[in-house]
Design a protein around this ligand. Structure first.
Ligand code: ZN
Ligand code: ZN
Length: 396
């Protein structure tokens, strides 16, 4: 049996007054999701996570059966891998934003006016070496950047250089552990950020931006340091040849960490304009070669963070329209769920359980794919960490 595993990011939601006390998924017209639900079995998944709310990274790893207590890694690792950088065991990886600061390093804009072309800036900083540590950078989407520290005696036990706030001085990186490696890493990274600031201040692209009335990208806010752990590949863990189809960097990074093959789809953007048709067709084709296809769809979460419940509802309807492309696949389980809930009214992730449907094996009484209806399904309520094993044994 092959498995197509579709994750709609931040799918779960709470009832919304403006939608007649329905969730976006309940309010959406979804004949095709409902068809899969009515011909399959449904349930609720409780995300397993660390900290106060589930992150996409932790929620995904748990869903794929990786115990976070053992396999926790800073998000920087996933981000740099997701944008195609090569990461070595001894490296420290961070994600960062190009930002705008004033002459006293006070943060004016955390995204430098959402600058899109950072390549010339990155070129000016690439390969800088401080006390034997080399700094490697690569552009991510829009104002974002991946940063790798390569050298000896490094540690990822360092604080974030970004508190997600403006109007404050850019935070210094501090050692989080009383270890000389952590202090050394914080020191060279702070030095890199200061030297970068001086180079960026004088960069012709920034001078041009100021002239044109745009904010200069003159500082990097770096955060979520991590190191690559050698965790068992998805294939080794589950005995399945797996591929990953995703638009967003983090999700490609998750695929790479688990050693899934990344399959590129033209127009897969990780946003609402993504090429759903291309992704679904590619997924269907990929399952001729692979046993497991992880297909990630991001925009449900983006709409939720914006509090745009109508946008989320419409986007779910758009996904539903393309679903028939996946019908008539032989010997294939189709799993549809989310990684975590992102209620539009909260605009943040929450620990609310997620609806899940499994089409292609058994059947239960559920006729509609929604948070409320899936509660009555045969799968019952299950923790994300145990879900893969349940699917593989078809033990519902
Ligand atoms: Zn997510
Ligand atoms: Zn999110």
């Amino acid at each position: 049996m092959k498995i197509l595993f579709i994750i709609l990011d931040g799918l779960g939601d709470r009832s919304i007054k403006e939608l007649g006390n329905k969730t976006p998924l309940e309010a959406a017209r979804t004949p095709n999701f409902d068809f899969l639900a009515s011909q399959g079995i449904c349930g609720l998944i409780e995300p397993v996570y660390q900290g106060s709310f589930p992150t996409s990274k932790d929620a995904h790893l748990s869903l794929f059966g990786y115990d976070l207590k053992k396999w926790h890694m800073g998000r920087g690792v996933f981000e740099v891998l997701g944008i195609g950088m090569d990461l070595r065991k001894e490296d420290v990886a961070l994600r960062g934003n190009f930002a705008t600061v004033d002459s006293k390093l006070k943060i004016i804009d955390r995204r430098a006016g959402r600058i899109s072309n950072t390549k010339p800036l990155i070129g000016a900083l690439q390969g800088m070496t401080i006390e034997g540590v080399k700094f490697l950078l690569s552009p991510a989407i829009s104002h974002r950047v991946g940063i790798i520290l390569r050298g000896k005696n490094l540690s990822d036990e360092i604080s974030d250089g970004d508190f997600h706030k403006t109007g404050i001085k850019a935070p210094k990186i501090l050692a989080k552990a009383n270890k000389k490696e952590a202090r050394f890493t914080a020191k060279v990274l702070n030095e890199f950020l200061l030297r970068s600031h001086q180079i960026l201040e004088n960069h012709p692209l920034n001078k041009k931006r100021i002239k044109e009335g745009q904010l200069p990208a003159n500082y990097i806010l770096a955060r979520e340091a991590g190191r690559l752990k050698k965790l068992p590949s998805f294939r080794k863990k589950w005995g399945l040849r797996a591929c990953c189809i995703a638009g967003g960097g983090l999700y490609k990074g998750i695929g790479r960490v688990l050693k899934m093959d990344l399959i590129k789809v033209k127009g897969a953007t990780g946003k609402a304009d993504t090429n759903l048709e291309g992704k679904f067709k590619t997924a269907k084709r990929s399952l001729k070669k692979y046993d497991f296809c992880y297909l990630h769809i991001k925009a449900t979460d983006n709409f939720s963070h914006d509090g745009d419940f109508l946008g989320k509802k419409k986007f779910i309807e758009r996904v539903d329209k393309e679903l028939p492309l996946l019908f008539n696949m032989k010997n294939t389980l189709i799993v549809v769920t989310g990684d975590h809930s992102t209620p539009c009214k909260l605009k943040e992730h929450s620990s609310d359980p997620l609806p899940v449907l499994v089409f292609g094996s058994k059947k239960d009484e559920v006729r509609k794919f929604s948070e409320k209806e899936c509660r009555k399904g045969k799968i019952g309520k299950i923790k994300s960490l145990g879900f893969m094993r349940r699917i593989l044994t078809c033990n519902f």
